[in-house]
Write a protein that binds this ligand. Sequence first.
Ligand code: GLA
Length: 367
Amino acid sequence: MTTLGAIGATPRPGSTTKKAFGKTPEGQPVDLYVLTNKGGAEAAITNYGGAVVSLKVPDRNGKLADVVLGYDTADGYVNDKSYFGAIVGRYGNRIGHAQFVLDGKAYTLAKNNGENSLHGGIKGFNKAVWTAKVLSAKDGQSLELSYLSKDGEEGFPGNLQVKVIYTLTDANALKIVYSATTDKKTVVNLTNHSYFNLAGQGSGDILGHLLTIQAEKFTPVDSGLIPTGELRGVAGTPFDFRKSMAIGARIEQDDEQLKLGGGYDHNFVLGRAGDTDESLAARVVEPITGRVLEVWTTEPGVQFYTGNFLDGKSTGKGGVAYPRRSALCLETQHYPDSPNQPRFPSVVLKPGERYDTITTYRFSTEK
Ligand code: GLA
């Protein structure tokens, strides 16, 4: 059973505790929920931006390490420009020229990334205070976060009621169930922006992590990182992760797409097994600790990003710096710029419909 422990209580296996995490610039208090599963793995989540603040999972000897980047207090998230651990919306990744047309009407968004809109705009879902509720779950610890994104917020049409349920299962998986409804036709693309380093946050780069991505194709980009519309085969390119490969093995190759991204920062087209169930999207192995991360999702794409914009300047948890490529992201999603790309799977949500996606980060170990 899920129990909500007293503020400041030491987390015990099979419990969820809540503690103060700081305040927004407007003075609104925000909290940190610490979900501890029966085996002692732990996910700490704040209702500021719905961010996963820390995620402690065992290595092959049972030793826990925190495998995500983040900050010690809400202040860090208020000032953050990297989206550490956050829920990203209303539209994850980029919309070209910060505009799109729905039913003949043009919508203009803020240009917060060159000419383009990135991750929901200036004040995306990562900067919102979500309403949190601890749920009881059979197989772990669950936290429900809700947010009403008002009609016109950041330029998007429709009141969008969003719900995200995080569950840390007793099998060491962090399951994220997203749902949303709208009262006007709109576009929606939600993701979680956790930055993983399976050796532990603050322990160097991720170039030695071994990666598999279940994708035959990816979406090449232009200089603004907007997809050109092409679905390009990965065969014979540094984007071929169909067989396990060290992330750093080809990252410095003389490849136009790698140069544009400053490394990997691309959407992979997932070969999905079914329509509604989650499929395996990617698998990451850290050979020294033996930690394994599998990403399962109902989404058609995943943004593989190698932390190319991290520069070591912002101070993370425990005072550590996060240099370039010290973590990787696997952001499950619809493809970037889908509102302007009729050939990509649709991101349109209509009144009466429900946006429903699931992504699970499963942790395990291997010898
Ligand atoms: C995504 C984008 C990157 C970068 C990060 C956040 O992964 O594709 O280009 O903007 O988010 O820094």
